[in-house]
Design a protein around this ligand. Structure first.
Ligand code: SF4
Length: 182
């Protein structure tokens, strides 16, 4: 199986915590206003790459975890699920995935929700210019969420990932509460 790929960048630090091998696919129909990568919208702008070759690139980079981005990987859910399954079966790497779909939209589609099984964190939702905030961690606009996918699937509701700033605020509040009680 092949994935239509625009680029693969190793050792990036902008698509999740730590060093990551980021796979940027082609194909996206969300057409968000002020998208930074409109050249990725047309899936034919990418080139087909074997899932096995992408896996080897990920596997050989011992230092890096993995991020799927684009474009939108959820327009090629079956091939990405195959790659993600290989990564999870043969490595201990975490997988982050960016998408313009919401978590709830993905759950309603069988092929797309199958990819969720292998993801650690989903950054979901379209980019909304009016909600753009350069201080947000790993996302462009405040409607987008950093979702702990496995906890969300287990609990049957969205659980935010601990890297979400709102979660950090909650931790600070909890810390303050504990300090005040001493
Ligand atoms: S989902 Fe991402 S790649 Fe697609 S149009 Fe929106 S910002 Fe651009």
């Amino acid at each position: 199986m092949k994935i239509m790929v625009m680029d693969v960048i190793e050792y990036t630090t902008s698509d999740g915590p730590g060093f990551r091998t980021s796979i940027y696919c082609s194909g996206c129909n969300h057409k968000c206003r002020n998208c930074q990568n409109p050249q990725t919208w047309n899936i034919m702008n990418g080139k087909p790459v074997d899932v096995e070759d992408l896996f080897l690139k990920v596997y050989r980079n011992e230092m890096s975890n993995v991020t799927f981005s684009g474009g939108d990987p959820f327009y090629q859910p079956t091939a990405f699920a195959e790659l993600a399954k290989m990564i999870k079966e043969k490595t201990n790497k975490t997988i982050w995935c960016y998408t313009g779909f919401t978590y709830e939209q993905i759950l309603r589609d069988e092929k797309m929700s199958n990819l969720l099984k292998y993801l650690d964190v989903l950054v979901d939702g379209e980019f909304v210019q009016e909600l753009h905030d350069p201080d947000l961690l790993f996302r462009g606009s405040s409607n987008q969420r950093l979702i702990d996918v496995q906890a969300s699937l287990r609990k049957g509701k969205v659980v935010l990932d601990r890297h979400d700033p709102f979660d950090i605020y909650e931790q600070c509040e909890e810390h303050s509460r504990l300090c005040a009680a001493v």
